[in-house]
Write a protein that binds this ligand. Structure first.
Ligand code: COA
Length: 266
């Protein structure tokens, strides 16, 4: 497999979002037009969803400051959720939101702050709290190459089969080390764990949870927690996959996703 994560452009669409004095162009990479929005994780962009766009359809957003979207002032998960919500409202309307890692935190926040546009949630390699290893945060500032090596080693479950992709991902993240650090600091502050445990927050939309068996960044335990508190959620643990489960096991992943989406539409 040899995917150029930067240059993949399927059909592109843009939505302009205003916030105060800022006007931000938000990019979506589009497959078959079904109301399903994919939200990528820290440092990546919508091209990580190539196989899903091709085989399932939907829209993969490039978050502000990533990929083909404009820069914006972003300090929290809520800031990202605002741009995702407004851009989705403009282009698609109500949708299912499939979020990976940081993207999953954004999907949860969309449910909290913009419930009227959320048909359902797909939580992929994510958690209700996303603390980050202090070593990764420290070394991203002082020794970025080493930090990215650790991050990548933690990201892929089956390194050898995906060697060329891993090398490309390293290069990409090194070029984006500032935004990667910013995203990981935002993840580190994200925490809905106690609110979900105490049922202060209750999730009442169809929810699919997918995680790689070997995920070391957001361990299976985090997904099992979601499954235990979200009534009627479905949990799939994909064997021999790590944190980048949608890239590592696309056939299995897409089958689960398609079944969930088809079932939820009828
Ligand atoms: N869902 C369910 N349980 C969670 C959780 C989640 N999203 N996040 C944390 N917890 C649990 C932990 O398993 C732990 O339970 P335990 O006491 O029974 O072992 C407890 O809450 C406290 O964990 P945490 O808040 O993470 O603090 P910590 O000091 O134990 O660990 C880290 C801090 C950074 C070492 C740890 O979070 C970690 O290994 N994180 C994964 C690696 C990483 O950097 N991920 C990046 C995510 S983007």
């Amino acid at each position: 497999m040899n995917i150029n994560l930067v240059s993949i452009l399927i059909n592109l669409k843009f939505a302009k979002v205003k916030k105060g004095a800022e006007s931000v162009r938000v990019a979506f990479r589009c497959g078959k037009q079904i109301p399903l929005v994919y939200i990528h994780g820290s440092g990546f962009d919508g091209s990580v969803w190539l196989r899903q766009l091709e085989e399932v359809g939907g829209y993969a957003i490039d978050l502000p400051c990533h990929g083909l979207s404009d820069k914006a002032i972003i300090n929290t998960v809520e800031d990202y959720a605002f741009y995702v919500a407004k851009a989705t409202e403009k282009l698609i309307g109500k949708a299912f939101f499939a979020g990976h890692s940081l993207g999953g935190a954004i999907a949860q926040t969309l449910y909290l702050n913009f419930r009227s546009i959320v048909n359902g949630l797909i939580l992929i390699g994510t958690g209700a709290r996303l603390r980050v290893l202090p070593q990764i945060l420290d070394e991203l500032r002082s020794k970025p190459e080493e930090a990215i090596n650790i991050f990548i080693n933690y990201s892929f479950g089956m390194g050898i089969e995906l060697r060329s992709l891993i090398e490309e991902t390293k290069k990409l993240l090194l070029e984006r080390k500032e935004i990667l650090l910013k995203d990981l600091l935002i993840c580190d502050k994200f925490d809905l764990l106690e609110d979900l445990k105490s049922e202060k927050i209750k999730v009442n939309v169809p929810t699919l949870i997918i995680v790689g068996e070997k995920d070391r960044l957001t361990p299976v335990k985090y997904s099992q927690f979601f499954h235990s508190i979200i009534t009627s959620s479905k949990l799939y643990i994909i064997k021999e996959a790590g944190h980048m489960v949608m890239i590592e096991k696309p056939e299995e992943f897409n089958k689960i996703l398609s079944e969930f989406i088809t079932h939820s539409f009828h």
